[in-house]
Design a protein around this ligand. Sequence first.
Ligand SMILES: *[C@@H]1O[C@H](CO)[C@@H](O)[C@H](O)[C@H]1NC(C)=O
Ligand SMILES: *[C@@H]1O[C@H](CO)[C@@H](O)[C@H](O)[C@H]1NC(C)=O
Ligand SMILES: *[C@@H]1O[C@H](CO)[C@@H](O)[C@H](O)[C@H]1NC(C)=O
Ligand SMILES: *[C@@H]1O[C@H](CO)[C@@H](O)[C@H](O)[C@H]1NC(C)=O
Length: 361
Amino acid sequence: MRMKSPRSLLLGLLSMIVLGFLYYSSGRLSLRGQRSLYDEQGFLLKLNGKLPLELRYKYGNLSEGACKPGYAAAKMTAIYPKFNKLAPMFLDQNFKRFSKISDYFPPFGIKSQEKIISIILSATNSYGLGEQLDSLSCRRCIIVGNGGILSNKSLGRRIDEFDVLTRLNKAPVKGYERDVGSKTTMRITYPEGAIQQAESYETESLFVLSAFKGLDFKWLRHMVFNERLQSTDGFWTSVAQNVPREPGSMRILNPYFIQEAAFRLIGLPHNSGRMGRGNIPTLGAVAITMALHNCDEVAVAGFGYNMSTPHAPLHYYEKIRMSAIKESWTHNISKEKEFLIKLVKAGVIQDLTEGICERGC
Ligand SMILES: *[C@@H]1O[C@H](CO)[C@@H](O)[C@H](O)[C@H]1NC(C)=O
Ligand SMILES: *[C@@H]1O[C@H](CO)[C@@H](O)[C@H](O)[C@H]1NC(C)=O
Ligand SMILES: *[C@@H]1O[C@H](CO)[C@@H](O)[C@H](O)[C@H]1NC(C)=O
Ligand SMILES: *[C@@H]1O[C@H](CO)[C@@H](O)[C@H](O)[C@H]1NC(C)=O
């Protein structure tokens, strides 16, 4: 066998290096090209309400207005490929196995609260929406925010048509049915936001705690066992002393939704996973995140403020004016709004009161 000359060997080596470099840089280029299609959070930059082709095929046959199974998650994945639908609505006895929440302290996880959560969950002993709603093959959910933008739009009947109707904190129903509907599937709240008059609670809904600090679990334990709180130290305002619900109607919202909304979807400062300036999503954004994971279709109403009418009421049930909004230490309303706009623009969620895309999307 004849040996190749050292010169041709060198040439061969050189051409391999050049080819390798070209291959490598073209890979980098196309990667960079791809990255530019997405924003910092990982959402597609170009959003429109059109259905991706495969979804058009999947849902094309359904009659107009029929519930589309998996629709919200499919549209979410189309604009945000990192989306992983699997995240249960409420904590259940297996909560310690949900690794995403085990390494974070409240509000982003359950670290240091495992024992008290176990005690609460063995008393409530129920972890779903109830037999009828859990067995639906297609679930339509609406999150009713508290915005004054709900006033005088007579949306109550449309809101009541949803299967799962979520209200937040102490938003009243009685007297406002024409605008906000009469049904309540669940009321998500934290201690300071909970209804304080026992007689104002509706009788059928689930009482769902969204815990923002460790103390909130302690408060829930007192409510579940119907014990009086010794002290309200540590709460930022007065809290309910009694929640007139059976333990079986109480739930703990999966804190993963706070974590995901803050750090992934909205892009608030991570602050080493601790609560810090401007890194707590509002309860409304948390509830929407929950619905994206657990509902086939998602709608909202009563979100957003109409900034061109500063004298309009902030909430549909109070006389406080919008001009009274204060700079918030905890929330970042403008950053959160960017996230909600993406969802509406892409048709992931439907906004019945059109307050999110105030100036059109
Ligand atoms: C749509 O309906 C047609 C006729 O009923 C059927 O052949 C087709 O498989 C359906 N497509 C889907 C995606 O369900
Ligand atoms: C809603 O209508 C009532 C009665 O017409 C009126 O008094 C009230 O100011 C209206 N509220 C808003 C926010 O427009
Ligand atoms: C909200 O986010 C923006 C953009 O990241 C930042 O400039 C602003 O300071 C934040 N506001 C608060 C209250 O943290
Ligand atoms: C906001 O207020 C302006 C001025 O009154 C009005 O034209 C507009 O329709 C309002 N937008 C919404 C979403 O209610």
